[in-house]
Design a protein around this ligand. Structure first.
Ligand SMILES: Nc1ncnc2c1ncn2[C@@H]1O[C@H](COP(=O)(O)OP(=O)(O)OP(=O)(O)O)[C@@H](O)[C@H]1O
Length: 247
């Protein structure tokens, strides 16, 4: 596990055609505790995926810095908005591919697939799987890495509620068994409260932290709709208008 701190002095995408440049971040900071599970909520297009990309090192084109509490080079698992499985590889091959080359990697991948109820699907190609199963494979691929930090970008979007709920339960079980730090982007405040120990609500642009709410729920109480709604009311409450600084 690792904590993380991202400070962004400035992140702007250049103008697209005749439009103005998009300034997504200016003097922004987010800290995530070692072993914490932070859900990020915020309007579409604000820059949440871009934030994950900067933390993952996929997007280095910004003024600022990312620091990790347990050394500069943590193992980072990234679960994208779409499962992004390679169609010409089997389920097992998709999970093994990102792992460091070692004799042990196939065994590790098989253990995780088995744990996630995908043991029988190892040799299947992704197109044969439902979207729910594909998302499960994407989760397996991230956990097989034994990540210090898991970045998740709306990993359960476009699933029906029953399927999404099964995957949320699975995620909670996986984290209980293999603790890791999680930063989880979602549009769904119920999902945020159900899973995270802290919900950060972003407003903007440029992005500012509008609310930062600790979720004081036990694993059991997260199954009680009334308890979820109690915390969700705090997450959604309309507080004072947040005026973005440094426009
Ligand atoms: N490579 C890029 N070049 C130019 N503009 C980009 C690029 N990537 C993202 N953007 C723009 O930056 C803004 C933020 O995008 P981003 O995907 O980070 O937002 P988001 O908060 O994750 O949105 P959503 O919730 O809809 O997924 C959008 O307006 C998007 O069009």
């Amino acid at each position: 596990m690792t904590g993380l701190s991202i400070e962004i002095a400035e992140k702007t995408f250049p103008a697209d055609g005749d439009g103005p440049p998009r300034r997504l971040y200016r003097d922004f900071r987010l800290d995530v505790a070692d072993g914490g599970f932070v859900a990020l909520l915020g309007p579409s297009g604000l820059g949440k995926t871009t934030l994950l990309n900067m933390i993952a090192g996929v997007d280095r084109d910004f003024a600022g810095r990312v620091a990790f509490s347990r050394g500069p080079d943590p193992r980072i698992g990234y679960v994208f908005q779409s499962p992004r499985l390679l169609p010409w590889r089997t389920v097992l091959q998709n999970v093994v591919l990102p792992l460091p080359k070692s004799r042990d990697s196939e065994r590790r991948a098989k253990v995780v697939l088995e744990e996630m109820g995908l043991g029988d699907a190892e040799d299947v190609y992704p197109e044969r799987l439902s979207l729910g199963m594909q998302r499960r494979v994407a989760l397996a691929r991230a956990f097989a890495l034994e990540p210090d930090l898991l970045l998740m970008d709306e990993p359960f979007v476009s699933l029906d509620e029953a399927n999404a709920d099964r995957l949320r339960d699975l995620l909670a079980e996986l984290i209980a068994a293999r603790p890791t730090t999680v930063l989880f982007v979602t549009h769904d405040s119920r999902e945020a409260v159900r899973l995270a120990d802290r919900v950060v609500v972003l407003a903007g642009p440029p992005a500012v932290v509008a609310r930062d709410v600790s979720v004081d729920l036990t694993l059991e109480s997260r199954r009680i709709p009334g308890e979820i709604e109690r915390v969700r009311a705090v997450v959604l409450k309309s507080g004072p208008t947040v005026v973005p600084l440094n426009l």
